[in-house]
Design a protein around this ligand. Sequence first.
Ligand code: ACM
Length: 232
Amino acid sequence: MGSLRLAVLQFAPRFGEPEANLSALEAILAETEADLVVAPELALSGYLFTSREELQGLSEPVPGPATERLAAALRPSGAHLVIGLAERSAQEVFNAAVLLSPRGVEGLYRKVHLFNEEKLYFAPGDGGFPLFRVRGVPVGMLVCFDHMFPEAARTLALAGAQVICHPSNLVLPEYGQLTTRVRAIENRVFWALANRHGTEERGGARLRFTGASQITGHDGKVLTRAPEAEDA
Ligand code: ACM
């Protein structure tokens, strides 16, 4: 069995500015000392969409130019990355988590449990909860609201996952930080919750994202936790 140095990356993506968000991520990834970095949900586009057309315009093919750039940014360190992004397929857009290595795309998970108005814009994943290996360690991915459904993490654990990577845009203070500790204990897995911070105000709605990204051990102990409203 291998070992992994895990990191969670917390920042405040700018809505509708994928180039700025990608550049910010490239700069951080170039300096990482971790083996596996987990970044937030919808980290390239932002979160609060107001139409399907807007989402379509801010979505990315996988693989595509954005994933190529991220893979290139991993080359100096040799690290892997799990990042949340809006994935454009032939017919639909999915709220996805992508596993990248310096060679390119190694895995894809499409969010099954869409939260609130996400259902207006995204298609739900129906590909189950696939398992991947990073340096020999079995790793699964979930996206944000999936944490509320114990079956999601349990399915990954039954398949052999030892680490769950969890790109998020959490808006309910402390829920995700608590449930992911419980899921870690229930399933004896390490849990890397990468949440964003900042606020978005669009189309009459306002959301404040709760930061406090955390890595939890398989015994439920919090190994590291970021501040609520700062990059980390
Ligand atoms: C969420 O699933 N982004 C709350």
